[in-house]
Write a protein that binds this ligand. Structure first.
Ligand code: BV8
Length: 241
């Protein structure tokens, strides 16, 4: 039984998306085929240790994904959220764990990219003043910083790295604001295995939110949701929004 989300005229809605919303765009999820890439765990490649050990391998991992994302298009799930944002404006906060940028390409704005964006390139030297730049390049070998000669790296948040504190504050403020009005938290296409994103539903629930999950299979944090739909985001999101 699929019901429309309870979105009244002053309801605040926070949406958190994960790799599953981009699966129907042809982008592999992290836990699909065991989260492996060429026999290596994604979590090892998406880490400072992995980059330190073999920057060339990590760049091959990201360049293959950049090329795949460039060939991909947003799907009905992305588009349903972009359309809803036009209707809800600032009452909707869209945060994503994905680095593929497909929400922006579907027309969503002000998307909180918790884990960065695969089309950003920055210097791996934290003391270098070179700024992160938008970069669609697929590199045959490790690109070096023209300022400090250290290797460049993708502008994403790796395992063991902190998320941008301004993004965290923006989400905390939105959840706090949810206490004073009808509040819905919707998670889409996420296993709920990666912190701190997987904890957000609990904070929203504590703030009085009705919590809804749309996911192909059982999620690790499924107990935190009032309503659970198991199925494809591209089918369910247009129906409930
Ligand atoms: C942090 C960017 C403080 C890179 C990503 C022990 C030691 C060290 C650290 C930790 C530890 N224990 C916990 C931690 C913290 C760690 C963590 O949570 N680890 C996990 C593995 C246990 N988190 C961090 O390190 C974070 N930072 O905590 O800072 C700190 C600092 C130092 C030490 C400790 C703490 C940083 C996390 C960010 C990592 N970067 N991405 C890149 O993309 O290359 S996360 C990466 O994995 C993706 O971005 C993605 O978000 C995540 C995978 O999660 P999902 O999005 O849920 O994707 P998944 O494939 O898992 O699930 C997809 C779901 O979709 C499935 O359930 C499937 O059924 C469903 N699905 C499939 N198709 C569809 C569908 N649903 C609907 N429709 C469909 N069609």
């Amino acid at each position: 039984m699929i019901d429309k989300l309870p979105l009244g005229s002053d309801t605040a809605l926070m949406v958190l998306t994960g790799a599953g919303i981009s699966a129907e765009s042809g982008i592999p999820t992290f836990r699909g085929d065991g989260g492996m890439w060429n026999g290596l765990p994604a979590e090892l490649l998406a880490s400072p240790e992995g980059f330190e050990r073999d920057p060339g391998l990590v760049w091959r991992f990201y360049c293959e994904r950049r090329a795949n994302v460039k060939r991909s298009m947003p799907n009905a799930g992305h588009r349903a959220l972009a359309k809803l944002q036009i209707e809800m404006g600032s009452r909707l906060l869209l945060a994503t764990q994905n680095v593929d940028g497909l929400h922006f390409r579907a027309g969503s704005v002000k998307v909180v990219e918790l884990h960065g964006n695969i089309f950003l390139t920055k210097c791996s030297n934290p003391n270098c003043f070179r700024k992160a730049v938008t970069d669609f390049e697929v590199y045959p070998k490790v690109p070096m910083c023209s300022e400090c000669r250290n290797p460049l790296r993708p502008g994403v948040v790796w395992f063991g790295e902190n998320l941008d504190k301004f993004m965290i504050h923006r989400i905390q403020d939105f959840i706090k604001d949810g206490k004073r009005r009808p509040f819905v938290f919707l998670a889409v296409g996420t296993q709920g295995a990666v912190e701190p994103a997987s904890m957000m539903v609990r904070f929203a629930k504590a703030a009085g939110a009705t919590t809804v999950l749309v996911n192909l299979e059982k999620a690790d944090n499924e107990d935190a949701f009032d309503v659970v739909y198991h199925g494809k985001a591209g089918d369910i999101l247009p129906a409930i929004l």
